[in-house]
Ligand binder design. Structure first.
Ligand code: PLP
Length: 454
């Protein structure tokens, strides 16, 4: 019988996360303090993060132990299955073998709880009572609400206004786990009020919501801030995905020629890809393809420089590909990919040529999503559908070239809360947004006074 799924046992949940920093020969640029222009030290981060996470953020250890309590919480959904997408292969008539790691089976429907659980655990251990965060599509907010509930912490979520309006069910899900949710920009924070004064009609952005969540945490001692992507420790926690997938590919007797993931801040892509990039750094052939929306093309059209992680300039300066921290992307349906910057680690890998990047428009992305739904049965999140579009393209290239190719991608989440977007696509009402070069140039002007990368 042909095999479709590869399962690991609960005993196979990784006991350590993989830290790719150890294998990057010390070339990473430091994060800078915007006031002094000097590298930030642990003390600068104490108002917003617990010490255990600050240590992970700067760690150079190759492997970091996963606490027993976190592994226990992971057992609710980990290990996740690896699938062979045989029906999709047949539909595309491709000689490629396509595999996907299904992170949509988590309680909240995406990869995000892999880090939410870890972050809630460390905050609880250090006596913190309440966490704040931002959310775009609502996936990260759901994950942190779920994790705060698991570790008995209060949770406040600043949800990007456009998603708050498009996706009431995600808000209800967060509230069901006990979180307080407000549309961002809100009047609850100084940062939010300032932005609303300047533009009362703003649709919001992840950059703005981050400002509010950081502002809230920095002004209350028992509150810390939690970020769902971008930072080293978040990417670190997500490596459970790739560590499991590595074993499962062994079970399948295959090894990927190309590993693909969508990119918002870079966490699901990196989580799957880093353990395979470790092989690449050691000389094995494997490509890594990061996929982003054409409406927010950070890696493909942004510049690599120092920039703020948020719109109100409250965060340290991060070396990354960016479109400028004031850039507000068009309101596409992949809300989780509407971030002006990218993880510094992933940015560095793209700069080094260890990962490739490409961008797609949302109509072609939803077309690929429906092909996937009609073959594999799963309705993917619009974010995930970006990866699927790249998978389809890679499989069609293999067909054209008449050669075998092994493709592995991250099914980062299901799209059960994104049905309005599917409806708009099916009704032919979805617009593609051609981002003019002038808009990017304009947004980058805000970076004029900031340090540059040599
Ligand atoms: C399902 C899903 N995939 C991907 C992403 C993008 O985030 P990241 O690049 O951190 O994986 C999000 C963000 O909300 C998401 O909800």
């Amino acid at each position: 019988m042909k095999r479709t799924k590869y399962f690991l046992d609960e005993r196979d949940i990784p006991k350590q996360w993989y830290n790719i920093v150890a294998d990057l020969d010390g070339t990473l640029l430091p994060v800078l303090h915007p006031g002094t222009g000097k590298p930030v030290g642990p003390q600068d981060l104490v108002p917003i993060f617990p010490m255990a996470l600050i240590e992970q953020e700067v760690s150079r250890d190759r492997f970091i132990d996963i606490p027993e309590e976190v592994i226990e919480a992971y057992t609710l959904w980990r290990p996740t299955p690896l699938y062979r997408a045989r029906n999709l292969e047949a539909r595309l008539k491709t000689p490629a073998r396509i595999y996907y790691k299904h992170e949509g089976v988590s309680p909240t429907g995406s990869h995000k709880p892999n880090t939410a659980i870890a972050q809630a655990y460390y905050n609880k251990r250090e006596g913190i009572k309440r966490l704040t965060t931002e959310t775009g599509a609502g996936q990260w907010g759901s994950a942190l609400s779920f994790a705060c509930n698991a570790f008995d912490l209060e949770c406040k979520v600043y949800m990007v206004r456009v998603s708050y309006e498009q996706k009431p069910y995600r808000r209800i899900m967060m509230e069901s786990w006990g979180a307080a949710v407000v549309p961002s920009p809100s009047t609850d924070t100084t940062a939010g009020r300032k932005i609303l004064e300047a533009d009362p009609e703003t649709s919001g952005s992840l950059g703005i919501a981050i400002s509010e969540a950081v502002n809230d945490a920095a002004t209350d001692e028992s509150t810390k801030y939690s970020l769902g992507s971008v930072l080293n420790h978040v990417l670190l926690h997500q490596t459970v995905i790739g560590l499991e997938a590595h074993k499962q590919m062994d079970m399948a007797g295959d090894y990927p020629d190309v590993v693909i993931g969508c990119v918002g801040g870079g966490s699901n892509f990196s989580g799957l890809v880093f353990p395979f990039l470790r092989d690449k750094i050691e000389g094995r052939h494997v490509r890594a393809v990061a996929v982003e929306p054409a409406a927010c093309p950070t890696l493909t059209r942004g510049i690599f420089t120092y920039d703020f992680g948020d719109a109100a300039e409250l965060t340290p300066l991060i070396p990354m590909f960016t479109l400028g921290h004031k850039f507000v992307p068009a309101t596409i349906h992949a809300g989780g990919l509407r971030y002006h910057g990218d993880s510094p680690l992933l940015s560095e890998l793209v700069r080094k040529g260890l990962a490739e990047a490409r961008a797609y428009h949302q109509n072609e992305v939803f077309d690929a999503a429906l092909t996937f739904a009609r073959t594999e049965g799963i309705l993917p999140a619009p974010e995930t559908a970006h990866a699927i579009k790249a998978v389809v393209d890679e499989a069609l290239v293999a067909k054209e070239e008449g050669r075998e190719k092994v493709i592995l991608f991250n099914l980062s989440g299901h799209g059960h809360f994104d049905l309005a977007a599917y409806d708009a696509y099916i009704q032919g009402e979805l617009a593609d947004y051609e981002l003019p070069e002038a808009e990017i140039t304009g947004a980058l002007e805000d970076l004029a006074g900031l340090p540059k990368v040599e």
